[in-house]
Design a binder for this molecule. Structure first.
Ligand code: C5P
Length: 202
């Protein structure tokens, strides 16, 4: 059985946590597609050409999750993500993952619109800029990154603007996506809502 849950949204809206918990609940596999762009972006920081880096990417490169979570890598990711050839190089891996048997949850920016337009469930998870900045700031400082709330907020806004404005696979909800605004929700409420929506489509 294949069953795909596509979760998109801006940076730090809670989609990663929702995706992980939905996957755990249903026993589905989970792919955080942001890691593909982060791993590609990380390679470019030492001068590697972005398209070469994307084409050479291996599943094992996603294991260096701690290094991939660094703020400068997020910015590099959003820059390489605007290059059409980079996106093309990463499509097959994502689609193969989505079709694996047993069900899959993919989270990113273009899963419901481009990667898996036929996904059984599409969610677009958002939250206000302030809420997202506070959540990401707590996460980064909790992991030992020395960043200010203001810097986190401007990083999110800059990436969202770049991700929404790019010509190829911009950040936007699929027409048939269910919008989930988590600004006023606890993570438990957001997860419960996502599980209920998924359950209703099974
Ligand atoms: O989700 P995360 O914040 O880790 O993603 C890092 C960057 O990767 C995003 O800002 C975006 O530019 C890019 N990305 C993308 N398409 C995806 C996932 C991430 O363009 N499906």
């Amino acid at each position: 059985m294949t069953f795909t849950v596509a979760i998109d949204g801006p940076a730090a809206a809670g989609k990663g946590t929702v995706a992980r918990r939905v996957a755990a609940h249903f026993g589905f596999a989970h792919l955080d597609t942001g890691l593909l762009y982060r791993a590609t972006g990380l390679r470019t920081l030492d001068g590697t050409d972005p398209v070469t880096a994307a084409r050479a990417l291996k599943a094992g490169d996603l294991d260096a999750e701690e290094a991939l979570r660094a703020p400068e890598v997020a910015q590099a990711a959003s820059r390489v993500a605007a290059i059409p050839e980079v996106r093309t190089a990463l499509v097959d891996f994502q689609r193969a993952f989505a079709r694996r048997s047993g069900g899959a949850v993919l989270d990113g920016r273009d899963i419901g619109t481009v990667i898996c337009p036929d996904a059984e469930v599409k969610l677009f998870v958002t939250a206000s800029d302030d809420v997202r900045a506070r959540r990401r700031h707590a996460e980064l400082t909790g992991n030992g990154h020395d960043v200010s709330l203001d810097d986190v907020l401007s990083d999110l806004r800059q990436r969202d603007a770049r991700d929404s404005a790019r010509a190829t696979a911009p950040l936007k909800p699929a027409v048939d996506a269910v919008l989930l605004d988590t600004s006023q929700m606890t993570i438990e409420q957001a997860v419960a809502e996502a599980i209920a929506i998924t359950d209703a489509r099974k």
